[in-house]
Design a protein. Sequence first.
Lengths: 570, 165
Amino acid sequence: MEMMSGAEMVIRALRDLGVKYVFGYPGGAVLDIYDALFAQDDVKHILVRHEQAAAHMADGYARATGQTGTVLVTSGPGATNTITGIATAYMDSIPMVVLSGQVPSTHIGEDAFQETDMIGCSRPIVKHSFLVKRAEDIPAAIAKAYYIANSGRPGPVVIDLPKDIVQDVRQYQFPDKVSIRSYNPTEKGHGRQVRKAADVLKEAKRPVIYVGGGGLKASETGQLLALAEQLKAPVTTTLMGLGAIPGQHPQCIGMLGMHGTMEANKAMHHADCILALGARFDDRVTNNIDKFCPEANIIHIDVDPASISKTINAHIPIVGSVERVLEQLTPYLKSVNSEKQEEKLVDWWQQIESWRTRKCLNYASDVDVIKPQQVVEALYKHTKGEAYVSSDVGQHQMFAALYYPFAKPRQWINSGGLGTMGFGLPAAMGVQFAFPEAVSTVITGDASIQMNIQELSTCLQYNLPVKIICLNNRSLGMVRQWQDMIYQGRHSHSYMESMPDFVKLVEAYGHVGIKVDHPSELDAAMQQCFSLTDRLVFVDVAVDPTEHVYPMQIKNGSMADMKLSKTERT
Amino acid sequence: MRRIISVLMENEPGALSRIVGLFSQRGYNVDSLCVTTTGDPTLSRLTITTHGDDKVIEQITKQINKLVDVFKVMDLTEGEHIERELMLLKVSTPTEQIRAEVKRNVDIFRAQILDVSAKTYTIQTTGSSEKLDAFLTSMSDYTDVVEVSRTGVCGLSRGEKSLHI
């Protein structure tokens, strides 16, 4: 066995786990680890400009690949700057490992320079955390952290590494196998429950398949589409589940929830059977839970038992990973024939079509003013629907979710649960590292982009040709929308009165900026943007600031109670 | 409804803070908490008394179970169980008459006087929380209760049922 310092062990363990990228920022407590990084080429370090962005990059990388993202930061402010990024990953169940430096263990508790109780700070937003107390424990702690982060319901794990521990020289021993006696996530569903679920699905006359982020793996295996096509059931996805079924698939009825489509929310409300796959009936989906889907028999499959019957009672709860449970379900559904299902569900589909014909996503275009929806549609056209789309948070996020029909899972990268502004650009950079040849785009707003704009510098350093589409409405659009609707139009602090010249700013960072003010310029700008394949391009599009996102559920109503425009409702 | 939840978890630094943090983070109530190692020094056992409706209690047990350090969670109040709490209290005994009343009460409740000073008695009593409450009320009828220290509830289920790994 080799003798090495704790710092060398950290890097060696990452290499042994096959970690390709570490997103981070150096500082006093992690200088030894940075020195160990310097001595090798297997693990590549990406130097960010702010630690929050490092966490979002690792997160974007993880969302796009399904693999665990890795972050390395120093103690104190380095560690606390990752908190928003960790919370973002936690809320969306994204596998991430954060290695944070710590003051020497002999100084912990003394309010030493750059000391923060990172384990304490991060406790409510991590799946688990480790404070390493002996150098020889480092390999096992790292192996466990990666195992925990990406098994069961994934989530972020923090490893806090005191400086004296990473300086200590010990024998390196990487564990052959990781097992944690108190941690055994349930992957396989309960047999009798699965059979019951099959019976209910066979009987259903108005079924809906409702897919969340926990259903993406089953989408990648093809199981989800196979099941949907066999049952001929309509499929709706949450914001996190977009792409689980191709957006253009005839059985896809779009996103559900607060800004869901009319057909999705109506179908949920009138369903007699809801098959929930890796979704958690969150408040942005259900609206008033007392009025939630009154006739539905709910089958809820989720790997996290605590997500089942948390807000909405499941009639048939099944704890297990979606992909595993669907595998178990298949033999019980052998007798189900898709043609017969089609006949059986003919009335149901007729009803759904009647909601579809309302075309709830139609919007009034204007010859002089660019509508935000139109920009997303243009992006779809110019990327042939194949781009990775990372988004920030606000109106532009909802427009992107509604007007860019995603063909594949993991193509859509956004902060769903926490709603973190500033997520988009670093996430898209993480995506670009994962897939250097792919088109990685960001849909952002004038407010969100300014929350991590310093990463344009990182993009230059690593030649990341990310394409940024900024829906610039000179205001905090979603805040303003709520103020219009609920606060009688009192726009308290939802203006941005000193907007930078984004084109100049982007140019100062060494990239290409394009300004678009008129609808007639939009196509050419998009064309130019995507023709510059090796450059970062920022397209600053002046959009209508008065536009609202519709449909929108009416507060305290059922899922089906929606405003369809400023004047119409369901 | 009052519940007693027993938790078996790794005896590691920080493990307790995860449980306590979980309760405050999710807005659950802790009425009492009792933590010690078990016969196996690598394991800790926590006994938490809390209250809430069935839905809340279900979430509490599920959320605790989700913690990586936790082996098992059991709601003792779901079945037949034994619960005990220990209380130490110091009461003021300024007069002969009060000393006599206190002594009588101690006998009735089968408590014990552990320490005596010129003006105080220090008393120990064990039993259910209800009994301890009754003893405390009774004592305060006769004299001033100077100080109280209670351990919080600990408990086991009756019969064969047990919480182990």
